[in-house]
Ligand binder design. Sequence first.
Ligand SMILES: C[S@@+](CC[C@H](N)C(=O)[O-])C[C@H]1O[C@@H](n2cnc3c(N)ncnc32)[C@H](O)[C@@H]1O
Length: 350
Amino acid sequence: MHENPPPPPRRRRPRYRGTHPRRFDEKYKELAPAEHPEILEQVRARGQTPAGQHRPVLVEEVLAALNPRPGERGVDATLGWGGHAELLLARLRPGGLLLGLDADPEQLPKTEARLRALGFGPAELRAERTNFARLPAALAEAGWTGGADFVFADLGVSSMQLDDPARGFGFKADGPLDMRMNPRRGLSAAAWLARASAADVERALRENSDEPDAALLGRALAAGASAPATTGALADAVRAALGPRRGAEEAERAVRRAFQALRIEVNDEFGTLELFLRALPDCLRPGGRAAILSFHSGEDRRVKKAFQAGQRAGLYAAVAPEPERAAPAERRDNPRAAPAKLRWAVRAST
Ligand SMILES: C[S@@+](CC[C@H](N)C(=O)[O-])C[C@H]1O[C@@H](n2cnc3c(N)ncnc32)[C@H](O)[C@@H]1O
């Protein structure tokens, strides 16, 4: 005899102060867009990105550089919310296949489900949780021995990761200082800071975000057991160390640089980017296209150098002479587009 399963527990509507939800977990309508379709247009009309989503940047420019065609095989190495992927997938129809990679085990299944709900089945989209440094292995596992027709990467973190305080990437709301793209691997930013010496922190700040006050901040942040363990504590420690000397505005810029530097450090972002760039020419078919979006000088410098070195070595037939930037309207509409730089390269035919 089968008993009726108990009814699911009723979810209580989160309470928030004032007239608008401010905290990520209070934005229950944006986080369930299928149940509240009207809310997305309202949020976008305010020039904001709905919670739990990501607005893809430089979309037309990326599509022009990658030129995806029906029947081709392409890679989106940083699937994120799938904003770019959705458009790439449409261009690959009929008969094409997109391999979507992401290091984030929490976000990837949500994005795969979103894209499947839009009608992209397993014959069109294959989603793999992996670091893009493993691109050659991912292609071999997919059986793409001849390489891909195009490879795309949109570096850094997504709005979903940044906005969720539990991931520890941002400082709008307090949360654990984690910052790992894959929270199941490696050291969180808090654990890294607690073990780091002042010289370690100074180096990370200098190398990863060109921090002019790296030495002073290195001494302030590497405090062993009392090193900052939450995003709020890290932001406050930077403000306390720099505010009196440099003023509040410059201290806020230093807070942003400190978050960027720690994120790059705990995810070894430059190491993985260099591995990816080194492997890229061999992962493209003759005539295959690569396009990479970067968001700060440390990333763009590496992409530029790798593409130029590949062209000198005869691996790339052509590379972007200059990076492409977002038009003023897109920058106004989506502040995340302002620092974005797009570079492309075309694999030589032989
Ligand atoms: C800027 S978002 C991509 C947004 C995406 N283009 C879209 O339109 O939704 C960057 C994504 O890359 C992922 N990522 C960052 N570094 C990675 C790496 N080394 N390997 C794989 N994924 C990575 C992050 O987890 C994040 O989801």
